[in-house]
Design a protein around this ligand. Sequence first.
Ligand code: GSH
Length: 236
Amino acid sequence: MGDTAPWSRIRTRSGKKQGDILRHSKQPPKKKNMKLLGSFTSPYTRKVRVVLAEKKIDCEFQVVVPSDPEGPVMKYNPLARVPVLVLDDDNALFDSPVIVEYLDNAAPNNKLLPQPNRERIEVKLKEALADGLMDAAVAARLESVRPKKEQSATWIARNRAVIQLCLARIAADLGENAWSMGTHFGLADIATGCALGYLDLRFPDIDWRGEYPNLAKLHEKLMARPAFADTVPPQG
Ligand SMILES: N[C@@H](CCC(=O)N[C@@H](CS)C(=O)NCC(=O)O)C(=O)O
């Protein structure tokens, strides 16, 4: 990303080198605002939106259909998935763990990730666990909306089992702590909250609140934060 200077994309009719133009021009290269491509129901997108809000970083949000061949996601992310963060120099970041780490480092306020090594890796492990729960839930959901005769009950059951294993591990790790990492709110809580929110949206039959009261308590505290309350995925 850092290899491509913004002015390297400016084309000239005279064929002059871009650096020459910059040196002789009083105008700095035009910068665009940062833009997040995503959807309201994607839990990974929500994670980034919560981070933006917690860090008080201004960013345009564009709702997109990831698989639209004419849409912007295909242009920026060969994985054809959201979220994608398009930076002010038109380079793009994905997946969500990369985006949130970038955003946390981009602004010094309200740090969501600790310094390396041990504690930071622990947060990233917890994020991976919450993201894994989302992966399993999204996979089970996508399978369940395919035509009935094409669905694999085994695949759905396997992903539902992974959801249960993730919930058990996250709840055991949390124990009686106030937050996922102990006393401080941070990225592990955000990822966990977004995974639980996605279960509420797509798997109302999974009674994670009844089974894990400590997760229910954590989620309640998260929902008291405007960043979470303002990004609840809409039903439908
Ligand atoms: N590991 C990725 C997962 C992203 C992902 O799977 N996003 C889903 C939406 S929830 C997506 O864009 N799927 C493609 C589609 O909907 O067409 C991340 O953390 O960003």
